[in-house]
Design a protein around this ligand. Sequence first.
Ligand SMILES: Cc1cc2nc3c(=O)[nH]c(=O)nc-3n(C[C@H](O)[C@H](O)[C@H](O)COP(=O)(O)OP(=O)(O)OC[C@H]3O[C@@H](n4cnc5c(N)ncnc54)[C@H](O)[C@@H]3O)c2cc1C
Ligand SMILES: *[C@@H]1O[C@H](CO)[C@@H](O)[C@H](O)[C@H]1NC(C)=O
Ligand SMILES: *[C@@H]1O[C@H](CO)[C@@H](O)[C@H](O)[C@H]1NC(C)=O
Ligand SMILES: *[C@@H]1O[C@H](CO)[C@@H](O)[C@H](O)[C@H]1NC(C)=O
Ligand SMILES: *[C@@H]1O[C@H](CO)[C@@H](O)[C@H](O)[C@H]1NC(C)=O
Ligand SMILES: *[C@@H]1O[C@H](CO)[C@@H](O)[C@H](O)[C@H]1NC(C)=O
Ligand SMILES: *[C@@H]1O[C@H](CO)[C@@H](O)[C@H](O)[C@H]1NC(C)=O
Ligand SMILES: *[C@@H]1O[C@H](CO)[C@@H](O)[C@H](O)[C@H]1NC(C)=O
Ligand SMILES: *[C@@H]1O[C@H](CO)[C@@H](O)[C@H](O)[C@H]1NC(C)=O
Ligand SMILES: *[C@@H]1O[C@H](CO)[C@@H](O)[C@H](O)[C@H]1NC(C)=O
Ligand SMILES: *[C@@H]1O[C@H](CO)[C@@H](O)[C@H](O)[C@H]1NC(C)=O
Ligand SMILES: *[C@@H]1O[C@H](CO)[C@@H](O)[C@H](O)[C@H]1NC(C)=O
Length: 575
Amino acid sequence: MNTKIIRLSTLLTLVSAIIFSKADASGLKAHPGSPSCRFLPGDKLWPSTHEWQQLNTSISGRLISTVPLGSVCHDPTFDAETCAALAQSWTFPQAHFVHPSSFMSAYHQNASCNPYTPKASPCLLGNTVPYVINVTSAEDVIAGLKFAQEKNVRLVIKNTGHDYLGKSTGKGAVSLWTHNLKSIEFLNYTSAAYTGPAMKIGAGVQAFEAYEAAAAKGLKVVGGECITVGLAGGFTQGGGHSLLSSKHGLGADQALEWEVVTANGTLVTASPTNNSDLYWALSGGGGGSYGVVLSLTTKAYPDGIVGGASIATQFSSVDDDTLWDLVSFFQSTALPGIVDAGAHVQWALLGPIFVITEVTIPDATESDIRGALKQLTGYLSERNISFQLNVTSLPNYLVHMERYLGPFPYGQYPVEQLQGGIMVSRETVKKNSTELTAVLRNIVTKTGFYLAPYSLNVSRPPGSPNAVLPAWRDALTYYTVIQNWNFTVPFSEMDEQERLLTEEIMPPLQEFASGAYMNEADFKNPKWREEFYGENFEKLKEIKKKWDPQDLFYATTAVGSDAWKVAADGRLCRV
Ligand SMILES: Cc1cc2nc3c(=O)[nH]c(=O)nc-3n(C[C@H](O)[C@H](O)[C@H](O)COP(=O)(O)OP(=O)(O)OC[C@H]3O[C@@H](n4cnc5c(N)ncnc54)[C@H](O)[C@@H]3O)c2cc1C
Ligand SMILES: *[C@@H]1O[C@H](CO)[C@@H](O)[C@H](O)[C@H]1NC(C)=O
Ligand SMILES: *[C@@H]1O[C@H](CO)[C@@H](O)[C@H](O)[C@H]1NC(C)=O
Ligand SMILES: *[C@@H]1O[C@H](CO)[C@@H](O)[C@H](O)[C@H]1NC(C)=O
Ligand SMILES: *[C@@H]1O[C@H](CO)[C@@H](O)[C@H](O)[C@H]1NC(C)=O
Ligand SMILES: *[C@@H]1O[C@H](CO)[C@@H](O)[C@H](O)[C@H]1NC(C)=O
Ligand SMILES: *[C@@H]1O[C@H](CO)[C@@H](O)[C@H](O)[C@H]1NC(C)=O
Ligand SMILES: *[C@@H]1O[C@H](CO)[C@@H](O)[C@H](O)[C@H]1NC(C)=O
Ligand SMILES: *[C@@H]1O[C@H](CO)[C@@H](O)[C@H](O)[C@H]1NC(C)=O
Ligand SMILES: *[C@@H]1O[C@H](CO)[C@@H](O)[C@H](O)[C@H]1NC(C)=O
Ligand SMILES: *[C@@H]1O[C@H](CO)[C@@H](O)[C@H](O)[C@H]1NC(C)=O
Ligand SMILES: *[C@@H]1O[C@H](CO)[C@@H](O)[C@H](O)[C@H]1NC(C)=O
């Protein structure tokens, strides 16, 4: 079984961009020195070196004065060899998540200090945080919260820095870096809502670590496709879709309890019965907004065989209309049955290519998989569309992940991209497949963007109520709209592509949307309140007001973020 499969990641790196130019710069006026705005380095009232030192002493020397990751590529700290290696690894997560201040959203990086701009151009902090607390305990967090509040310094929480919307960074901020909270403990959990195996993980545990630890105990847990994403951070707090989700639900549906430090510096446990409003908000209501999570206790499931498949079609022989008829048939007619068989399906549309990079059905044999795909393969055969189908049934979830999304530990997921996305309900896909397919066709053939949709059935209500966007429950497919970042063109050209995404590409797609996944969406989406949070928005705002009355926690498009505005110079100011 040494077959090579087509990986989504391989496809994603194939694609290049259509480029335009024109810069955009707008924003509100900053009020330096006014308490209605957070201070920035250089302000008269920015904390003194002595004050930072006092903070450092109070947390046993865990304060880091940051050096941007890209500084090795710029004078006067240029180092040819290190820089060349960094230029190779920059588009992969592992370059960034091990670093205290680095993050992955290329738009928010703003080319202020990357390996691709001239050596002679200065390395600027830009949107990178100047100070990081390397968190090991609740005390570290409490000291950071207190300092930020008293000194009027912006605060951010960073775990891995994966966030596409730039939520894990902020200009002039002190960052609570949770990456090193790596504890893992297994429990037989008992509560009114759930009795069974569970895993209690520190906030810094990444999916690959959780999968490996669980497999060693004969268990599996619900985590993301990109195996370096954190489990307890943005993933579970934002909803969290997984290869296991059609069988076991979303990440947030697995949450049993959270240990969290709240804005006023109190360590609390949030569960369905204790601080239940906070539990509800943290389980799906978005990362970086209600408190600083130290640990998550999540359900675990007995491990076992996992069925899988990938399909590639050979289109040299068919015309475009045949291809798009197939797409329409696939999404409206074949997919509902496939996901109802317990499958998660990752597929892609890139120019003239339609490919299914991964089908996952827990507990399925090869014959179960072939059965689930029969309607699709029958369609292809009837129309003489040649295709290649690879089917697997591997001994456990870890081996399946390794095969489709490995290699462990880090996988090969490129991350630097422009990103938009919408959720479409089963009913709409069925009713409007022709119109929807026409919009998809237009995107992949006429813009520099491509589509990497995934399909699932997470209709089953969670064991305890949570703040997962209700639209997930009848969603069939999530359509992500992507353009790989091109670091060789001027930033202004990528900014124009971002404008194109928000203003021209997304609106026709949004006609079909029942919502959008807050973690995989356009950060400039003007409809973020209704699309990311839906009917939960007002309740989340009330919970936010109770637990964070001063709006200490800010992140782009997070609940409560509309209390603030980022000015043209990057300064955070109260609205
Ligand atoms: C390549 C790639 C693949 C992905 N695949 C999937 C996938 O398969 N399924 C899926 O659901 N999502 C996926 N995502 C999206 C992912 O879930 C989000 O980017 C998520 O926000 C990452 O969480 P993090 O904690 O690892 O990252 P970070 O960027 O560090 O944090 C994300 C957000 O959570 C907040 N946060 C982090 N830690 C804490 C904490 N301890 N307490 C409170 N707030 C915290 C941050 O402030 C920020 O707002 C993918 C993203 C990438 C880049
Ligand atoms: C199926 O396996 C073959 C043989 O390893 C490989 O060449 C091909 O790319 C695979 N196809 C898909 C769709 O994964
Ligand atoms: C980036 O853009 C340049 C100029 O248009 C182009 O030559 C190059 O192929 C692009 N690179 C990628 C990775 O798309
Ligand atoms: C904090 O203290 C530690 C240990 O004394 C030191 O290594 C570190 O540089 C200090 N951080 C700052 C920002 O001064
Ligand atoms: C990017 O940096 C420039 C200055 O080099 C600044 O004017 C602009 O506002 C920044 N944009 C973002 C999105 O941070
Ligand atoms: C952060 O703290 C961890 C745990 O003490 C330590 O292993 C690591 O070296 C620290 N990282 C940095 C960059 O200081
Ligand atoms: C949980 O219970 C099972 C079955 O009794 C037992 O084998 C296992 O060791 C227990 N796990 C823990 C972490 O206590
Ligand atoms: C509820 O939370 C409090 C602290 O907020 C804690 O002391 C208590 O043990 C928790 N109770 C349960 C059942 O988790
Ligand atoms: C498919 O190919 C077979 C045999 O070559 C042929 O008889 C049949 O008409 C073709 N069907 C279509 C839909 O083209
Ligand atoms: C979806 O289909 C309905 C019924 O046919 C139609 O009225 C509606 O305009 C379609 N919506 C879109 C966005 O095309
Ligand atoms: C989705 O899966 C659930 C089981 O989790 C099943 O009851 C339901 O019929 C499936 N289909 C739809 C449309 O929800
Ligand atoms: C912190 O905030 C919570 C929620 O408003 C409140 O119940 C608690 O009493 C506060 N604790 C302190 C020490 O102020």
